[in-house]
Design a protein around this ligand. Structure first.
Ligand SMILES: Cc1cc2nc3c(=O)[nH]c(=O)nc-3n(C[C@H](O)[C@H](O)[C@H](O)COP(=O)(O)OP(=O)(O)OC[C@H]3O[C@@H](n4cnc5c(N)ncnc54)[C@H](O)[C@@H]3O)c2cc1C
Length: 309
C-alpha cells in the first residue's frame, strides 16, 4: 500500500515541486547520491574504484518534456565522460542513461531525439574507453528502449540493456538478449505497473528473477545481476557454479549507499561488483523510489525533505 502510494508520488509534479523547493533538502543527496556536480561524481568514482569496486554513473533526471533540458542532460554526460577519461577512471566506470531524460517523452520526434542523444553519449563513452547501459523505465517505454538498444549496439556492441523481472514479458526478453557480447542488467523493477503487465506479489517477482537469471547465466552474454536481496545473491552464486561461469564473466550490481557491507563482501570474495552512483540536482523521483523499496528509508527521506536530515 505504502509502496504504491510512494510510486504514484514519484511522478506527481505538484509534490515534486513542493519537495524539491523545501529548504534544507540538499542533505538528502549525500545518503543515496554522490552529490550535485560532475566533480562530486568523479570524486565518488575515484573512491569506489580505489576500494576495488566498479561504477556506473547516472546523471539524475527523467521525464524531460523540454528540448533544451534533454540536450543539457546529454551534455552533462559528455562532460562527465571527458572528466572520467582525464582522471584515468574509465576502466572501472561506465554510465547509465534514462532515455526519458534525453527526450524520449517529448511529443512527436521524442524517441528519435532520445536515440540520437544516447548515440552521442555512447560515442563519447567509446572515445573515453568505456560504455553505456540504458536504464529501463515504465513498461510503456520497454519496446522503444529495446529499439534504441538495437540501434546503438549496431555501432557500439557493448551498450547494455536493463530487464525488469516484475514484467511478465521479461523471461522472453532475456532469451532474446542472452547472446554473445550482450550486456544485460537484471533488476526486479522500480515502477508502479498494472497487473496486466507485471507480477504484483513479491514472491512472484522473485521467482521470475530466478527464472531470468537461469536464462542469462546459461546464455552467452554478460549478465549484470542488480539486487540487494541476499536470497537472490545466494541463488546467483549457486547458478554461477552450475553454469561453470568464471568470476568476471558476469557481475553483481548494487545502488550507492545500499548494503555497502555486502558490496565489500562480494568484492573480497573475488566477484566483480559495480555500484550505481546517481548524481545531480534532480534527485526527487530517484529518492522516492528508494523510499518505496524500504520503509526505513521513508523517515530518512521525510527528514531530509523537511530540512532536518
Ligand atoms: C544497479 C541497479 C540498477 C538498477 N536499475 C534499474 C532500472 O534501470 N530500472 C528499474 O526499474 N529499476 C532499477 N533498479 C531498481 C530495482 O528494480 C529495485 O527496485 C531495487 O534494486 C530493489 O530491489 P532488490 O532486488 O534490491 O530487492 P528488495 O526486495 O527491494 O530488497 C531486498 C533487500 O535489500 C535491502 N534493500 C533493498 N533496497 C534497499 C534500499 N533502498 N535501502 C536499503 N536497503 C535496501 C533490504 O535489506 C531488502 O530487504 C536498479 C537497481 C540496481 C541495484
Amino acid at each position: 500500500m505504502i509502496r504504491r502510494a510512494l510510486l504514484a508520488m514519484s511522478r506527481n509534479g505538484t509534490i515534486k515541486h513542493l519537495a524539491t523547493t523545501a529548504p534544507g533538502v540538499g542533505g538528502v543527496v549525500t545518503r543515496f547520491a554522490a552529490g550535485e556536480t560532475t566533480e562530486s561524481a568523479v570524486d565518488a568514482t575515484r573512491v569506489l574504484i580505489a576500494s576495488g569496486l566498479f561504477v556506473t554513473l547516472d546523471h539524475l533526471g527523467e521525464d524531460t518534456l523540454d528540448l533544451a533540458h534533454a540536450d543539457s542532460t546529454r551534455d552533462a554526460y559528455l562532460e562527465l565522460l571527458g572528466r572520467l577519461a582525464d582522471e584515468g577512471l574509465t576502466q572501472g566506470a561506465e554510465v547509465s542513461v534514462k532515455l526519458s531524460a534525453v527526450g524520449q517523452a517529448l511529443p512527436g520526434s521524442g524517441p528519435k531525439m532520445a536515440t540520437a542523444n544516447a548515440y552521442a553519449i555512447a560515442s563519447a563513452a567509446a572515445t573515453a574507453g568505456t560504455t553505456v547501459t540504458l536504464d529501463m523505465e515504465d513498461h510503456t517505454t520497454t519496446d522503444l528502449t529495446l529499439d534504441t538498444l538495437r540501434e546503438l549496439r549496431a555501432d557500439f556492441p557493448s551498450t547494455g540493456a536493463v530487464l525488469q523481472a516484475y514484467l511478465r514479458r521479461t523471461e522472453s526478453d532475456c532469451r532474446d538478449l542472452a547472446t554473445t557480447g550482450s550486456r544485460v542488467r537484471l533488476c526486479k523493477g522500480a515502477y508502479k505497473e498494472p497487473d496486466s503487465v507485471a507480477h504484483q506479489e513479491r514472491a512472484d517477482v522473485d521467482r521470475s528473477y530466478v527464472r531470468c537469471m537461469k536464462v542469462l547465466l546459461a546464455g552467452g552474454g554478460y549478465p549484470m545481476l542488480a539486487t540487494h536481496d541476499s536470497r537472490l545473491i545466494n541463488i546467483a552464486e549457486a547458478l554461477v557454479v552450475r553454469n561453470e561461469r568464471d568470476q568476471g564473466s558476469y557481475e553483481f550490481q548494487m545502488l550507492y549507499g545500499v548494503r555497502r557491507d555486502e558490496q565489500r563482501r562480494l568484492a573480497a570474495a573475488g566477484e566483480k561488483v559495480r555500484v550505481y552512483v546517481p548524481y545531480g540536482v534532480e534527485w526527487y523521483g530517484y529518492l522516492v523510489r528508494r523510499m518505496a523499496e524500504r520503509p526505513a528509508n521513508l523517515m530518512l527521506g521525510a527528514r531530509a525533505i523537511l530540512g532536518s536530515g
